[in-house]
Design a protein around this ligand. Sequence first.
Ligand code: FE2
Length: 135
Amino acid sequence: MTKKREIYKCEICGNITEVLHIGAGELVCCGQAMKLITEKTEDAGQDKHLPVIEQLPDNVCKGGDGIIVKIGEVTHPMEEDHYIEWVEVETKTGKIGKHFLKPGDSTEMEFQTRDEIVEVRVYCNVHGLWVKKIS
Ligand SMILES: [Fe+2]
């Protein structure tokens, strides 16, 4: 059975889907089961994928006005064949904010919220799904 917000990919055509509502069935594309993309929490020495989170002016993820997210201690490439496709922030109240990116875009962005941020997810088209849990 799927879980809410899981990400699945078709290994044939490349379709990627996110579970927004849990059902009993298996997710299928191109005639075969889609593959669950597992979340990675530690970069293997390159530090290009895990988000770095900074506060917007007064607070750090504790009811302030928002955060700045930068992708990686070392800036992640944003090239045609290797880039961050999206960045997603989840708050303690369950609100989700997502920025979709394209090659050439900045890897630094703001998320405005007064809620506490609990998780930031990043999806790289080559290296998959990364998550940083905040609280
Ligand atoms: Fe990458």
